[in-house]
Design a protein around this ligand. Structure first.
Ligand code: CA
Ligand code: CA
Length: 423
């Protein structure tokens, strides 16, 4: 174990005196916190109207309002007359339906807000029901779909009858209005296996976009990485050659039917709640985390399995960073099996270290574990933490964790369920 040089002790003291040094997060360059009342800010968002795409069942109207700091998009089962109706035989689906049986909302920032490169977080709670198709997505300013480029940071619908979330990107082809997809789906059952209340909890969906890649995450789980080398239109008749080297605007919508399936057995209204959209424009050139701290490294002996030791937090210079933590083998991992880490990013971004055994002072006053911080681009930093088990008698404890910085190893975590679809 290396000795810490003196200056690190000074830094540690400074951090104790000024907790903001640890906790402050670089504010986004643009955000909508949906903290107002009434409809979403018309300076940013436009309501799409009527039948818009995919032969979906809903009539888009102004069914979205800000309440209690969140934007609530509501889908209703209600019949509205289609003013564009002609005859059931009309080849245009927008004109051959006399009525819509559902209403909902889709808002887009087209012509009002767009950005090129950076990190976007959207914190939202989605309605996970048959027939429900909520989405967080972007489209390029220049070109027509799909040559303008589409990025689906979130879609929820049934894939082969299985409720799933998807993270996709589309480019154009040599055929007009025909897309090629890079699509990843993950069954929601994989998420509820880890968090039983996943469907009713808020989650953070992230787009990390730079000159080299578009990466899509939910709660820091990497869903899909799409390299810029793939996002190239083979012809430029309907859009730019590189659709993700141009500004993209944002869409938030709740579609009914279409890929979402048959909603007839589902109870309405459905609510899709968006807490915020935050963008750190130009946030690229990721750096690895540089430190990990724990609010306390002392735990009393003989407490039940699952006792919280303290909160973990990492230092990372990147704005809007979300860090996940894990116990890893290697130097200092002697007692990893006696501890566990719970990641609560979707609600609070907080990770806590808990016990995974009943710890007795008689078995030793100090336990050594190796904690890894992994940032949203997969860069890692390992730290050896010493956890002091406090016995009934007075023991000497340390308030500062010893560390062996191992540096950042820019390894990317594997993506599950990767499936490239060529359409
Ligand atoms: Ca909010
Ligand atoms: Ca980072």
């Amino acid at each position: 174990m290396k000795k810490r040089p003196f200056y690190l002790a000074v830094v540690a003291l400074f951090r104790v005196m000024d907790p903001l040094w640890v906790c402050a997060e670089t504010p986004p360059t643009w955000s909508d916190e949906f903290d107002g009342s009434g409809p979403p800010n018309p300076a940013t968002w436009t309501f799409e109207q009527g039948f818009v795409r995919n032969e979906e069942l809903q009539w888009y109207t102004n069914n979205a309002t800000q309440v209690g700091g969140v934007l609530v998009i509501e889908a209703r089962r209600e019949q509205v007359l289609n003013p564009n109706f002609t005859t059931p035989a009309d080849a245009d689906w927008r004109k051959n339906r006399e009525y819509a049986d559902y209403t909902s909302a889709s808002i887009a920032s087209a012509g009002k807000y767009s950005f090129q490169y950076g990190r976007m977080h959207v914190r939202a709670k989605i309605p996970c029901f048959t027939g429900s198709w909520p989405a967080i997505w972007t489209l390029g300013n220049a070109g027509e779909w799909p040559s303008n480029g589409e990025c689906d940071i979130l879609e929820y619908y049934l894939v082969g009858g299985v409720p799933s979330i998807l993270a996709n990107l589309a480019r154009g082809t040599t055929t007009r209005w025909s897309a090629t997809w890079d699509s990843v789906s993950k069954p929601v059952s994989q998420l509820t296996a880890v968090n039983a209340s996943w469907k009713t909890a808020y989650h953070i969906w992230t787009m990390q976009w730079d000159q080299d890649n578009v990466r899509l995450y939910v709660d820091n789980i990497l869903m899909n990485t799409i390299p810029q080398s793939w996002i190239v239109n083979s012809v430029t008749t309907w859009g730019p050659q590189y659709p993700f080297k141009q500004p993209q605007y944002i869409l938030l919508n709740l579609a009914i039917g279409g890929a979402g399936g048959d909603p007839s057995g589902t109870t309405f209204p459905l609510h899709y709640e968006v807490d915020y959209v935050r963008v750190w424009e130009g946030a690229t050139n990721n750096v690895a985390p540089t430190d990990i701290s724990l609010t306390t490294n002392n735990v009393a002996e003989n407490l039940p399995f699952g006792t919280v030791v303290g909160n973990l937090s990492a230092t990372d210079a990147d704005p809007g960073e979300v860090i996940s933590y894990s116990l890893v083998t290697g130097t200092g991992s002697t007692n990893n099996s006696q501890f566990q880490i719970a990641f609560l990013s979707g609600e609070t971004k907080t990770s806590v270290l808990k016990t995974a055994a009943v710890l007795s002072y008689a078995d030793g006053a100090a336990r050594s574990i190796r904690v890894r911080a992994t940032d949203i681009e997969g860069a890692t930093y390992d730290k050896i933490l010493t956890i002091n088990v406090l016995g009934g008698e007075s023991v000497e404890t340390s308030t500062e964790n010893m560390s062996i910085p191992e540096g950042g190893t820019n390894t990317l975590s594997a993506t599950e369920d990767k499936a490239k679809k060529e359409g």
